[in-house]
Design a binder for this molecule. Sequence first.
Ligand code: SF4
Ligand code: SF4
Ligand code: FES
Length: 279
Amino acid sequence: MSIVIEVDGRTLGADEGMTILQALRRAGMDAPTLCYHPNLTPVNVCRACVVEVEGSRALVPSCSRRVEPGMRVRTDTERVRRARKVVLEMLASSVDTSTAPELAAHLAAYHGDPARFGSDVARVLEPLRDDNDLYVRDYAKCILCYKCVEACGEDAQHTFALTVAGRGFAARIDTGADAPLLESRCVFCGNCVAVCPTGALMPLIEHRMRQAGEWDESRQHVAETICPYCGVGCALELHVQGNRIVKVTSPADHDITRGNLCVKGRFGFTYVNPDPGGR
Ligand code: SF4
Ligand code: SF4
Ligand code: FES
């Protein structure tokens, strides 16, 4: 059923069951998001997407709040802008954002200044977990958006290798008693890596190339093809730099695979050319 809502003085049509964010995006409007992913169940943890809804005392997350007939929404008030800015500043002041372009873009858009909290703010201090041949985990970059947990669990992979352990600044994504990935339930599909918005989960080859100063997205192009390994025929995007495949992804908007792959499709490409950064 189609319903009508008002957003920033504009009348928008929306479908029953849609979230405010979906209605905004369909109308060419937007809100910043970090923990939201179109293929994952919203978990409402980052609060970057908040909006004002008339009648609601608190700001509401647009990524999960469903539209209601006659709802009046404001996305660009001083209160909304301040709330988003502080959330982004707090995240950026506590984790390493050097490989988080979305967060950096939102921060710039809201004129955020994480340095204003001072140089002695608490930061997430986690060692790099480099314990297998396929991807690294750098939880000093983790904003605890839960996307990897969702992708490994009910929303995609159903492997349940990841959970959240600890509290406050000690909270982090865990494999069960901090087990190395090879001793965990992980099947190395990399579906968690694909949804991580900060580079906390990163293919080993990309990590090695970044360390060596060789990773250069401006020199990369994407070639689309079909996975050669089995009859499922997953869509692949080969990220090619200098005539070498350096990463494989799958389009998130594909009807069947929704960005997901198995270990062979995502990581089994180094036979094509010598692995530039792996072991
Ligand atoms: S690679 Fe796959 S199985 Fe392993 S933690 Fe990530 S989503 Fe789970
Ligand atoms: S590792 Fe990445 S996807 Fe997982 S919670 Fe942290 S930032 Fe989110
Ligand atoms: S994007 Fe809505 S709460 Fe994170």
